[in-house]
Design a protein around this ligand. Structure first.
Ligand SMILES: [Zn+2]
Length: 233
């Protein structure tokens, strides 16, 4: 039995899968990301190459978490617990190799103002010109990615504040991680939203919406709720 077959039979002892289960290690992902793709005949789990060196019990937990998404079920296993513990802590030990001067200045401002300068600098990267994905934090890769629509002229203080707000949101994910229940992860908890409100400009959400509206003449406006997508796996 390969890892995916084991993960399946231990998660769903009552089910039988007619699909062929495949596990692949890929260089195409950032550290510790993974996904699953399936057809009527096969289900392929692609894991970033870093997973090769991780113990099989934890890999099974990752595959089971993906299986729960595919089957839209809630369930918990020891392996899923192990996986969640692993992914919450591994980022703090991940190598920090990527940075950018503008993002680094933003990180420093936000770290000083809201975290007493106590956060370690994560990997920092500009993403594409996305209006739907304003920012992400990847736990495993310890990577903050911010949409390039927040690149601005140096003297543009309003743009700088918006960038800091997105940075603050993503750093809150780094600091507070996530909570889990029945195999599901919750990233924007009540506690998280309260922390988010500590941002010094109480009108920042409105200003962000206006900024997005102005900028996105040729794009459809994405409601706020949908605009934060956590890349978890
Ligand atoms: Zn978020």
């Amino acid at each position: 039995m390969n890892l995916a077959e084991r993960a399946f039979s231990e998660l769903f002892p009552e089910k039988k899968s007619s699909r062929q289960m495949v596990v692949k290690y890929s260089r195409a992902f950032n550290a510790y990301n993974a996904n699953v793709k399936y057809t009527a005949f096969s289900m392929t789990f692609s894991l970033s190459r870093q997973w090769k060196k991780v113990g099989s019990e934890i890999q099974i937990g990752l595959i089971q978490s993906l299986l729960l998404k595919v089957y839209k079920e809630k369930k918990n296993t020891i392996n899923i617990d192990l996986y969640n513990k692993f992914i919450k802590s591994i980022g703090d030990y991940s190598e920090v190799t990527e940075s950018d001067p503008v993002l680094e200045q933003s990180f420093n401002r936000v770290n000083e103002k809201y975290f007493y300068g106590m956060l370690d600098k994560p990997n920092l990267k500009w993403g594409g010109n996305s209006f739907s994905k304003l920012g992400t934090y990847e736990y495993g890769a310890n990577m903050v990615t911010i949409s390039s629509i927040f690149k601005a002229r140096e003297d543009d203080k309003q743009a700088e504040e918006l960038l800091d707000y997105i940075m603050y949101h993503e750093l809150l994910h780094k600091k507070h991680k996530f909570s889990t229940k029945n195999g599901r992860s919750y990233h924007h908890t009540k506690h998280f939203r309260e922390k988010e409100k500590a941002f010094e400009n109480p009108n920042i959400e409105d200003e962000l919406k206006k900024f997005l509206n102005r900028k996105s003449i040729r794009h459809a406006f994405t409601p706020r709720k949908k605009s934060w997508i956590m890349r978890f796996f």
